[in-house]
Structure formats: structure tokens, C-alpha cells
Design a binder for this molecule. Structure first.
Ligand SMILES: [Zn+2]
Length: 326
């Protein structure tokens, strides 16, 4: 059985993947540009099936899942990478996170009393509009390794047209390396395709030692690669019949792409009965009492995977020795 460096925890059968590749240009085999293509249509499909989002929100969510997956593999970390956006328009919260092992999840909260601001035919034609759906607000990108010093976050204002613009703004702030990302998602017959494709210039190790000629070659390759990436058509990005490798070679063939083994990405929540019970057990008895449903149980639904779990309030309160009886 082949090992992979994405860790063990996700089931590759569920279909998502992140394909690492690099572009060498005419230099030979030296990586001048690092690339990642995240294709998460199948996990996005099962995630979105559990939520009844309007098409515009579903499309935004699918893009967020693809972008989070794509960005996560540009960093070395052992934990969770999160993309979260807060808006003041139709969509209030957009959330996507992915573990270093490839477990992907997400949810969106939107104003269910308002009419959807983007028509379905517009949704089908272009990447999700940040100004129309989220309005003003911010996007936060967080790496959390579960240790005291293992958490860092970058925040950017939502002042571009797309989520890709927000991701690029964050990368420009944090990495100081030329990067470019495009993303799109589309649904056909209930199945989503969701793709994010990113290039990042490899910091030239030449520095002072690099010759002017080498720098010129690097600049030239970056310019060409970025132009090719910007030229990718939306229908190519969301073509369910075009494999990840095929797309990379189609786009960047002139720059000698080299691909590495893909990382699997799966629809996989991280909630558990124990985690919910721990949270409930820390609540005051009165607050717990307010949560009791008509069934007499405390019903907790995970906002990511929509699994509902029922807890017996008596036993929860009893554990803390503060059981109240009527
Ligand atoms: Zn869950």
C-alpha cells in the first residue's frame, strides 16, 4: 500500500485531491514555480448536500473549500488550516477548514429572510461575487497546530471581487512572494466541481549570487506562468471530465510541468459525541435547561456535518452534582 505524506486519516476513495506540481521552464529540472491544483468537487458535493443553500451560497462555499484545500498545502503544519470570512451583506459567515491529513469541512450562515442577491444564471457563469454576497468585511486565514505557539492568523479586508483576491492579498502580506490563484465551482445534475489552482514563485536562492541573466529567466518564466494561469477558462477549471494532471499539462505544457503524488482530500467532520458532551458539561444548569427540546432531550446538531445528537439533561447536570429537579 502506497504511503502518502498527507497523513493517514482520510479516505482517498471519496474523491478530492490536491496535486502538487512545479514548473521548470527551459532551465531543465529546477523548480522555478511551485503549483497546487485542488480538486474537491466530490467532497464539496457531499458537504453541500447536507445544507440547503441557495445556489449562490453553495457556489461560494464550494470555492472556499477548494481555496482552503489549495492554500493549506503551501504551508508546513500539523493541524488545521481555516479560511473564515465575515460579511455584512447576504452571507454573514463563510467557513472552510482542512486538516493536514486532508479532512475537509465547511458551512455558511446567511440571511434567510432576505432574497438571494445573485441570480442563478450569474452564479453559473462566473466565480462567486464577494461584493454581492459578503459585502464589506474581512477574511481570516488561520493555521492552528493545537500548541501554544502553533497558531497564527492573517486577516485581510474583503475589498476584491472574489475569494481568490482575498487569498492573494493574504499571501502578499504574509509570504512576500509572488503568487497567483484562481478558483471556480459549478454544479451539474447535483454534482459539484470545485477547483483552485495556485502558483507561487520559488524565492530565487541565487540572491546576490544569482546572475542578472538567471534573474531575467526567472522573471520571464513567472510572467509567462502567471499569464497562462490568468488565461485559464472557467469551463476548464470546472470541467468534471478534465483530470487534475491533464489540466496542469494543458495549461503549462510550455513550462515543463513536473507533478508529484496527489494528496487525498475527503469530506470528514471532526465532531464527536464526547466533544459535544464536554461543551455541554461545562455549561450552567440553567443554560442547559434552556436547551431542552420538546422531546425532553438536549438536541445538538453539528453545524458542519448536520449530525444531530441527543443528550439526556438529567445525566449532564448530574455529573456536575448540580442537578435541578422540579
Ligand atoms: Zn460534525
Amino acid at each position: 500500500m502506497a504511503a502518502n505524506d498527507a497523513g493517514n486519516g482520510v479516505d482517498a476513495v471519496s474523491g478530492g485531491l490536491i496535486l502538487p506540481f512545479y514548473l521548470a521552464g527551459e532551465s531543465g529540472d529546477t523548480a522555478l514555480i511551485r503549483g497546487r491544483l485542488a480538486s474537491v468537487g466530490l467532497p464539496a458535493t457531499t458537504i453541500l448536500q447536507r445544507h440547503q443553500y441557495p445556489a449562490a451560497v453553495a457556489s461560494l462555499q464550494a470555492e472556499a473549500l477548494a481555496i482552503a484545500a489549495c492554500l493549506s498545502t503551501f504551508m508546513k503544519f500539523d493541524g488545521v488550516f481555516t479560511l473564515q470570512a465575515k460579511g455584512d451583506a447576504f452571507v454573514k459567515t463563510l467557513f472552510a477548514d482542512v486538516t493536514s491529513a486532508g479532512a475537509l469541512r465547511g458551512y455558511a450562515a446567511f440571511d434567510e429572510t432576505a432574497s438571494v442577491p445573485v441570480a442563478d444564471d450569474v452564479v453559473a457563469a462566473m466565480p462567486a461575487s464577494v461584493p454581492a454576497l459578503l459585502g464589506s468585511g474581512y477574511a481570516a486565514f488561520t493555521v492552528d497546530q493545537g500548541t501554544e505557539n502553533g497558531r497564527y492568523q492573517g486577516i485581510v479586508e474583503l475589498d476584491g471581487d472574489t475569494l481568490s483576491d482575498a487569498a492573494m492579498a493574504w499571501f502578499a502580506n504574509s509570504e512576500q512572494v509572488d503568487s497567483h490563484i484562481v478558483a471556480s465551482a459549478a454544479e451539474r445534475d447535483g454534482t459539484w466541481t470545485a477547483t483552485a489552482l495556485m502558483l507561487q514563485r520559488v524565492a530565487s536562492d541565487g540572491g546576490a549570487a544569482g546572475t542578472a541573466q538567471q534573474k531575467e529567466i526567472h522573471d520571464d518564466v513567472w510572467h509567462t506562468a502567471k499569464t497562462l494561469l490568468q488565461s485559464v477558462r472557467r469551463d476548464e477549471l470546472v470541467d468534471p471530465d478534465l483530470g487534475a494532471e491533464a489540466l496542469v499539462f494543458r495549461l503549462f505544457n510550455s513550462l515543463r510541468p513536473h507533478v508529484a503524488p496527489a494528496h487525498p482530500v475527503a469530506d470528514q467532520c471532526r465532531c464527536s459525541p464526547q466533544k459535544v458532551e464536554t461543551v455541554l458539561a461545562q455549561m450552567a444548569p440553567q443554560d442547559l435547561g434552556d436547551l431542552v427540546a420538546e422531546s425532553g432531550k438536549i438536541e445538538v446538531t453539528c453545524e458542519f456535518c448536520k449530525i444531530q445528537r441527543d443528550f439526556d439533561p438529567e445525566s449532564l447536570m448530574g455529573e456536575g452534582g448540580t442537578s435541578t429537579r422540579h
